[in-house]
Ligand binder design. Sequence first.
Ligand SMILES: Nc1ncnc2c1ncn2[C@@H]1O[C@H](COP(=O)(O)OP(=O)(O)OP(=O)(O)O)[C@@H](O)[C@H]1O
Ligand SMILES: [Mg+2]
Length: 375
Amino acid sequence: MNLAIDVGSCGFRAGVQTRPDVLNEPSVVAYGQAPGPLVGQRAEQMIGRHPGHIRIAFPVEGSIVRDFEALVDVFKYMIATLLPGRFRKRFDVVLAHPSHQSQVDRKAFDEAAKAAGARRVRFVEAVLAAARGAGLPIDQPVGSLIVDLGGGATQVALISLGGVVERRTLNFGGRAIDQELVDRVQRRYAFAIGLATAERLKRMACQHVGQAKADAAAVSAHAAGAGTGGDTGADGAPDAGAAARPDAAHVAEQVSEVAAADLHRGEDTAGPATFTVRGRNLATGLPDSLAVPMTFVQESLEQYADQVLGLVRETMEACPPELVGDVMDRGIVLVGGGAQMASVLETLRRRIDVPVTADPEPQTCVIRGLLATGS
Ligand SMILES: Nc1ncnc2c1ncn2[C@@H]1O[C@H](COP(=O)(O)OP(=O)(O)OP(=O)(O)O)[C@@H](O)[C@H]1O
Ligand SMILES: [Mg+2]
């Protein structure tokens, strides 16, 4: 039996061909509790709330193995969850690897999988698997351009005839955007927020852009003004009515999960959109709240979109003209969790004269691709 695995900086995914469901949980392990380590969702819930004797470990960062023990425990968890007992000592692993991963880190992955019980380990380049998972015709003599907006890295690859023709990597992803927001809020407002709050701020801003766009489309489609109740509801704040949106339930859940919902929609009625965050006022040293303008968050997202654009341009410049022509016809596909950043998608669409689409389930493209390879 084969186990397909993609361990990213933010999330790990695993699957077997005999099961339709895919395991998809945060890349976090917590140590220090009986009866043993907690992996994934249950470990993530402890971040920021754990007593001193509990250690929180993040196995992977970008292409680098940060915590070997935690990586082995992630593999063991996958095996225990997905493989029937009789296969737990008789299985092979197909692992996705980042394009820029060093031999040393790939060896660490190999050893970790074997320490967890795998007989053989085979590696597939993650961008290739992602392109297959996104349904691109990667085995045909036609160029497909894929952009993976991950948590630890951003990767662009041009694929044709089953191989990567050109690839570019930026060691900057969604995590770095969050960190940058933490730093910018501190510098601009002398206010300290945590990384989790920054991430939610980023997601809210993306959702706001996505919703604004959906609203605009709905308005033009129903120009007769059927009064759908509008979703700009009660206080006129741009994010009002969030509960009705596809991704909103998830975001709302995250907000309430982390200590004392520290992110709120702005109360302002007509002014620019803001979100209120809780943190520490560095002037007083006391807990406080701060209204952060959406435009402030958008600046970070715009900057990231610029970097992605630069990477796409570099890749295209290095490609044979025939393949560039294919990309112009067929467009670019975004995968990875960052593909849900509506504002980044919008900026790319505005600035490249090529169709840009995001896979509807961008975080599982790699694992779906591995499973489709006949792993
Ligand atoms: N709805 C969303 N809106 C904006 N960003 C999102 C959303 N969902 C996830 N992300 C971001 O996507 C990133 C995680 O993406 P992904 O799961 O593809 O990374 P990964 O595969 O674990 O990391 P990597 O491959 O870079 O090591 C995080 O930075 C997260 O904030
Ligand atoms: Mg990834």
